[in-house]
Design a binder for this molecule. Sequence first.
Ligand SMILES: [Zn+2]
Length: 172
Amino acid sequence: MTNFLNCVPSKASCFAWRLMLDRIPTKVNLAKRNLLLSSDSGCVWSNQGLDTSCHIFFECSFAYQVWMLCLEWCGLFAAHQNNFISHFEHFLGLLSCVAKNQYKWAMIWLASIWSIWLSRNEVVFTNKFTSPKHLVELIKLRSWKWLKVKDRNFYYPFSCWSGELAACLNLY
Ligand SMILES: [Zn+2]
């Protein structure tokens, strides 16, 4: 995954790096440092599970819906993996893009991780809830904007990226 980190804005790549090391300020990590009561460490979306890296991104029913909608956008259906590295590797392996397009696919994964985290923070800090469906629209928009910045030859309009992803990834 580290090969792809320079494809996305530094705040998002920094975040992915810290997530890989479980160094993000989840409630459980804050409680470990006595910055929060451990009794206040529940997941912000589901009433089950704790606010841990693994739960927020891979185990929570909210995250699960986001990933499934993301795969649906990509025209795929696949089993869900529950940890950072296997989730990323599995996701990357779902599409056999030509090598030069693989970073676009990795970028969608990184945009998903980053968007899920921003959405979780909105609940924590402003009590604003976003639906999984709306979040996937934000993931589409964010990944498209990142691509426009990264790749001058990426000329697809957003409507195409959103509606015909396979064509934009040169899958046919
Ligand atoms: Zn949850």
